[in-house]
Design a protein around this ligand. Structure first.
Ligand code: PEP
Ligand code: MN
Length: 317
């Protein structure tokens, strides 16, 4: 953590700043380095809180953190591999299913077919965050029985999106992995609740979010209790596509499994299949992908939903 100094700060200003810092942060040490003052002796949790007060002192310009200082849990290298619901040693991991659960028969048929085609877990979305309030919002709680039945029949873990803090505990009873969608990456109350749920969490990168913002959201989950965290790159709108460079950087910095969702940014099933292959070649640990037995009848995202055959082509099963 470095405090960058205001331009043209002379020795008296510097002495005044050091005195103010020592008064405010008696446990911290300040050492002159090129570009400012290096701060040590403040634990990471205290540092983020201290920065705005440091920046507010006359003579200070800004406080700069390294990623490790900003996100000590997310950037931890010695990560214990807690018993995860998904086995990332047998890579790549395929989480597949329709965009949304629509009814019992179609979901069970898709679940069984996807398992046979190589899925390791099922997309099991009951609540859909939609841009239009008039668009299909998901079938909600009546779907809980449907996904529980699919899990029982196939033996596959369920990955479901929680769009609201009030859904977390009930979804966590049935689903092995809670998904935080792109729109909710910055929903900090939802992150805290999901973090404390005791379940694994899959955290998508919000559209056009920086690596820093993504890691800070991961830090929320880890701080609040998540033991199994999976990251998922879902792409940007401009330029449209997955950011595979950022996917690799996130993997390197965190040591966490990082998946790619090729479906939502492509909007087309042929493009999604091509993007899926590119993401795997680029080092994604697996895919979160829309695939089902009835893509043409889907109420949402059917155009980008792979057929079972196309999905099998990806898994090679
Ligand atoms: C989804 O995976 O179902 C979804 C809503 O995607 P995103 O949050 O990436 O838009
Ligand atoms: Mn979708």
């Amino acid at each position: 953590m470095i405090i960058r100094l205001a331009k043209h700060l002379g020795p008296p200003g510097r002495r005044a700043l050091l005195a103010a810092l020592a008064g405010l942060f008696p446990r911290a040490r300040f050492k002159a380095v090129s570009g400012g003052l290096a701060v040590s002796g403040l634990p990471a949790e205290k540092a983020a809180d201290a920065a705005p007060r440091m920046e507010n002192l006359p003579g200070a310009a800004e406080v700069v953190f390294s990623r490790e200082e900003l996100c000590p849990l997310a950037c931890r290298k010695d990560r214990p591999l807690a018993g995860t619901p998904l086995d990332f040693r047998a890579k790549p991991v395929f989480i597949a299913g329709p965009c949304a659960v629509e009814d019992l028969d179609s979901y069970l048929a898709s679940a069984v077919a996807l398992k046979a085609a190589g899925a390791h877990a099922l997309r099991a979305a009951l609540f859909k965050p939609r841009s239009s309030p008039y668009a299909f919002q998901g079938i909600g709680w009546p779907g809980l029985k449907i996904i529980a039945r699919a899990a029982k029949i196939t033996g596959l873990p369920l990955v479901t999106e929680a769009t609201d803090t009030r859904q977390v505990a009930r979804l966590a009873k049935v689903c092995a992995v809670l998904q935080i969608g792109a729109r909710n990456m910055r929903n900090y109350e939802l992150l805290k609740e999901a973090g404390a749920s005791g379940r694994a969490v899959l955290l998508k990168r919000a559209m056009n979010a920086t690596l820093r913002d993504w890691l800070l959201s991961a830090e929320y989950l880890l701080k609040h209790g998540t033991k199994n965290l999976i990251l998922c790159e879902r792409g940007d709108s401009r330029p449209a596509g997955l950011d595979l460079k950022m996917l690799r950087e996130a993997k390197k910095l965190t040591g966490l499994p990082v998946l790619a969702d090729p479906s939502h940014i492509s909007g087309d099933r042929l493009a999604a299949a091509a993007l899926a292959k590119a993401a795997l070649r680029a080092g994604a640990d697996g895919l979160l992908i829309e695939a089902s037995s009835y893509p043409l009848a889907a109420r949402v995202d059917g155009r980008q939903t792979l057929t079972i055959e196309a999905f099998r082509n990806l898994t090679g099963k």
